[in-house]
Design a protein around this ligand. Structure first.
Ligand SMILES: [Zn+2]
Length: 317
């Protein structure tokens, strides 16, 4: 499974295995793919800080410089508007990767700057979570490559290479210098514990009209209603928890609607009433409504039945 960038810069998730020839195709610029920050077991092997504009990007370059002074290697990759700072780590749980990243931002007074931290999830629940464009490929929107640079702004190259080249950078990044475990442990020890997630709130299922029809629901009807897979799916996880595995939501729980060409954050979640809504394309509803449209977008059977079947497998164990 991997994210594929479309010509408009957006990504879709491809539910197929990622083969090495696809990575080669990415490096050659035929396609552009993303890299998920967590694996199936919610383990991270890198932390990426994402600066959205030049101001923040220069802060990240400063950070890389300070880290270099401490003997820590950070990799700088410019991007369309700002850039990414990559820190390769020994395998860490998503929680530890995020505690490390957050504490690093706090230590360098960058925590209030809206620099994004990947991975975005402590732990995966259903979906693959957050991703970053896999480096050294072509950005579909700008048709440009963004090779890595040094803190002086020169193209990154290995000490043995005569001239910088993408081929050489691939070699450098295949075997990156990882952050020493002691350094990470020290930051984690100073970082606040993540808020303990209260168990997924169970949502009071509102009786559907067929149950509250004039006839008083019989005991049998109630039982049937309680065991309805669609209701159990909706009660198994909040809309916010589910949706955030598949798309990015900001602090206000808004994001780019995945179901129409969205340049602004038209998509939002209402956590109190547990539904999502896009004010532009006017779609919205429950986890099931979201997943039906998701399947439709992926070209899959998006009938109610097929959607419920897949969600039941994902959520009802
Ligand atoms: Zn929409």
């Amino acid at each position: 499974m991997y994210p594929l960038q479309l010509e408009n810069g957006r990504y879709i998730s491809i539910q197929r295995q990622l083969y090495p020839d696809l990575i080669a195709a990415h490096l050659k610029g035929f396609i552009t793919i993303g890299a998920y920050a967590l694996d199936r077991e919610s383990i991270a092997k890198w932390v990426c800080l994402d600066a959205d504009d030049q101001l923040r990007w220069h802060k990240l370059i400063d950070l890389a410089q300070k880290l270099t002074g401490q003997g820590i290697t950070a990799y700088l990759e410019p991007s369309r508007r700002g850039g990414h700072l990559w820190l390769f780590t020994p395998p860490l749980s998503g929680t530890d990767a995020r505690r490390f990243g957050k504490q690093l931002l706090t230590d360098h007074k960058l925590d209030k700057l809206r620099i994004e931290l990947y991975p975005k999830q402590d732990k995966l629940v259903t979906g693959p979570g957050s991703f970053v464009r896999l480096p050294l490929g072509k950005h579909r929107l700008t048709n440009k490559y963004y090779p890595f640079i040094t803190i002086d702004g020169l193209p990154l190259k290995s000490p043995t290479a005569a001239t910088p080249s993408i081929r050489d950078q691939i070699k450098v990044l295949t075997n990156p210098v990882r952050i020493p475990k002691d350094f990470i442990d020290d930051l984690i020890a100073r970082s606040p514990l993540p808020k303990t997630h209260s168990p997924t709130p169970k949502f009071e299922a509102t009786p559907s009209p067929e149950v509250t029809k004039p006839k008083k629901p019989t005991k049998k009807r109630r039982e049937r209603y309680d065991s309805k897979p669609s209701e159990r799916i909706k009660a198994s996880m909040s809309v916010q928890e589910f949706v955030s595995q598949y798309m990015e939501l900001n602090d206000q729980l808004r994001g780019h609607c995945p179901f129409h060409e969205d340049q602004i954050n038209s998509f939002s979640i209402n956590p109190d009433h547990n539904f999502w809504h896009c004010f532009a394309c006017e779609r919205g509803g429950s986890i099931i409504d979201f997943w039906m449209l998701w399947r439709k977008k992926a070209g899959e059977d998006y009938s109610f039945k097929a959607t419920i079947t897949e969600l039941a497998q994902k959520l009802l164990k």
